[in-house]
Design a protein around this ligand. Structure first.
Ligand SMILES: NC(=O)C1=CN([C@@H]2O[C@H](COP(=O)(O)OP(=O)(O)OC[C@H]3O[C@@H](n4cnc5c(N)ncnc54)[C@H](OP(=O)(O)O)[C@@H]3O)[C@@H](O)[C@H]2O)C=CC1
Ligand SMILES: O=C1O[C@H](COP(=O)(O)O)[C@@H](O)[C@H](O)[C@H]1O
Length: 592
């Protein structure tokens, strides 16, 4: 399998100014010391990041005030209420009108012509604008090699914008206002000259105000470092902050990930790098900690004493569709398990953090990841979808994708059993399952509790006692819900037991549409809130768990078990679960 990952290479071998390593100085930021090149623009910009923050009046969507803990009926705080409740716990610095007008925010979407930019980033930016979350002075720039005019960019993105929330009457106006703030600059990713031109355009829009700049790298990973180099040297802010959102994949194993981090840190401090895992921005994933830490009924049960196993399940009912070229170099374990599912696992299993501050939460996540046993090959099964015909329709195999080699062994499905070697979780299997081209689209966390000791009603359950245990389900998507399976008596004179769900179905409880994960994460990056972004030591710990197994899988040329497109996946997943006395909750008769 080819490795397309050599972040510091290509045109970037001689990109470092010689001062980069020699003239280092240590700048103390709010929480920790970082080393930055003395003469680079980053020193000025980091210094003024602290100064600049006082100009910055947007608040993050989360962090201290737990999403504002609004108890209003539809659970949707307005921007003003959000600000107010933020102020309750962490007094907001009063911002004068003059200060508001002095600062600007420029967001540059690098790779603006691409799929993710069109599908997610521009729509999320518009949704934030529509809901009045963006600051007064902001500009959006698209950057890519494709030659486009400002007007062409606007046409391209206008088709993807929706006033999905409330469908207010001013939708068209808002779209026009937003599009007027969008501009485009065509350039090469490794050209300092092209980024200098972008810088001039940004400056023109910023009109002498304090400029805060956010770059979103929505590009393939092999050009991350080229862009960071050119942007940092030629288009970083001289008087405000500069931050960079980096999309996954962050490498494909420990070595390449470490190398990418090392290369990025030649130009950026850790504080400026926002590694995005969009699953952390999903509503139900945010709610996991709230559920656990703010309800007395859950936290005392959150350990090996009461929990039998935990299942993290991801499935999609479509194949790689157009992304086969990318996917074949990564596979489902790197694409979904090592990041999205592992991040949820870390949030689920971590100890109580000292506070909701980004560093406190991320410290606990790192601790739990480092307490885990590296994944063993015998605890993993892999699969790949094959073509299938159903009701006169035929569904392609993974290897039918023209960008995928015919003999590819890349897994499109995997199941794995992971263990945490600490006092809380010793012996509890954390089972993961992820697959493409399955029978349904869903992402969920299932917590299966132990049997009730000496259960008085044992007789009424029949022989299968597992069916009578409680199960807590967090359905991340679709139809977000949290439900708990309990046993109850069927009304009547007899003593018949039934199984029911205590169900918090979001669509019933909260009629408003849930914001997209990218909205929350963009807002947080703008506000400098790092809690939902991956710190480099977290990333290292995550790769350390998966890398040895991934290498062995490739070295031993393990052939994936084929499963039909649209099926429930390979049977091997059941054997793996059975090895640890587990039954997949999503396949049980009352839940599939
Ligand atoms: N699409 C998705 O659903 C998701 C994507 N991601 C990640 O987000 C990033 C962007 O994804 P996506 O938009 O799908 O990517 P694309 O393949 O659409 O690439 C984005 C843009 O980058 C430029 N580009 C593409 N290939 C190359 C190349 N080989 N060399 C130089 N430039 C290139 C193209 O712009 P131009 O030719 O105009 O310069 C393209 O429009 C990737 O890192 C991806 O892994 C993460 C999660 C989901
Ligand atoms: O990161 C990725 O996520 C998507 C699934 O995201 P979702 O928000 O639609 O659930 C997945 O399709 C893609 O392969 C992967 O790279």
């Amino acid at each position: 399998m080819a490795t397309h990952f050599s972040p510091c290479s290509s045109s970037s071998t001689n990109f470092l100014p010689s001062s980069c390593f020699k003239n280092e100085t240590t700048v103390l930021f709010s929480r920790f010391a970082v080393t930055v090149p003395r003469k680079s623009t980053w020193v000025t910009q980091n210094h003024s990041r602290i100064q600049g923050r006082k100009h910055f009046h947007i608040k993050s969507s989360n962090g201290h005030p737990l999403n504002a803990v609004s108890l209003q009926d539809d659970g949707s705080p307005t921007a003003k209420e959000h600000d107010k409740s933020q102020g309750k716990e962490k007094p907001a610095i009063p911002i004068s009108e003059a200060e508001k007008e002095e600062s600007t925010l420029s967001i540059t979407v690098v790779g603006a012509s691409g799929d993710l930019a069109k599908k997610k980033i521009f729509p999320a930016l518009f949704a934030l604008f529509y809901e009045d979350w963006l600051p007064e002075n902001f500009t959006v720039f698209g950057y890519a090699r494709t030659k486009l005019t400002d007007e062409e960019l606007r046409n391209m993105i206008s088709g993807t914008l929706t006033c999905r929330i409330d469908q207010r009457e001013n939708c068209e106006d808002k779209m026009d206002q937003f599009l007027k703030r969008c501009f485009y600059h065509a350039g090469q990713y490794d050209s300092e000259g092209d980024f200098s031109e972008l810088n001039s355009k940004l400056k023109e829009k910023e009109a002498g105000k304090v400029s805060n700049r956010l770059f979103y790298l929505s590009i393939p990973p092999n050009i991350f470092v080229d862009v960071v180099r050119s942007a940092s040297l030629r288009a970083s802010s001289l008087n405000g902050w500069t931050r960079v959102i980096v999309e996954k994949p962050f490498g494909r194993d420990s070595e390449s990930s470490g190398e990418l981090t090392r290369c990025l840190k030649q130009y950026l401090t850790e504080d400026q790098i926002f590694r995005i895992d969009h699953y952390l921005g999903k509503e139900l994933v945010e709610n996991l900690s709230v559920l656990r830490f703010s309800n007395l009924v859950f936290e005392p049960l959150w350990s090996r004493d009461y929990i039998r196993n935990v299942q993290l399940i991801f499935s999609e009912d479509f194949g790689t569709e157009g992304r086969g070229g990318y996917f074949d170099n990564y596979g489902i374990i790197r694409d979904i398990m090592q990041n999205h599912l592992l991040q949820i696992l870390a949030l689920f299993a971590m100890e109580t953090p000292v506070s909701l501050d980004a560093e406190d939460v991320r410290n606990e996540k790192v601790k739990v990841l480092r307490s885990m046993k590296p994944l063993q090959l015998e605890d993993v099964i892999v699969g790949q979808y094959k073509g299938h015909s159903k009701s006169g329709r035929s569904y392609p195999a993974y290897t039918d994708d023209p960008t995928v080699p015919k003999d590819s062994r890349t897994p499109t499905f995997a199941a794995a059993a992971l263990f945490i070697n600490n006092a809380r979780w010793d012996g509890v299997p954390f089972l993961m399952k992820a697959g493409k081209a399955l029978h349904t689209r869903r992402a969920e966390v299932r917590v299966q509790f132990r049997h009730v000791p000496g259960n008085l009603y044992k007789r009424n359950f029949g022989t299968d006692l597992d069916k009578a245990t409680n199960e807590l389900v967090l359905r991340v998507q679709p139809d977000e819900a949290i439900y708990l399976k309990i046993n109850n008596k069927v009304p009547g004179l007899g003593m018949r037991l039934d199984r029911s769900d205590l169900n918090l179905l979001y669509s019933a409880r909260y009629p408003r549409e849930i914001p997209d994960a990218y909205e929350r994460l963009l807002l947080d990056a703008i506000a400098g809130e790092r809690r939902l972004f991956i710190r480099s030591d977290e990333l290292d710990a995550a790769w350390a768990l998966f890398t040895p197994m991934l290498k062995e899988l490739e070295l031993k040329k393990i052939v994936p078990e084929l499963y039909p497109h649209g099926s429930r996946g390979p049977v091997g997943a059941h054997y793996l679960a059975a090895k640890y006395n587990v039954r997949w909750g999503d396949l049980s008769s009352d839940d599939s």
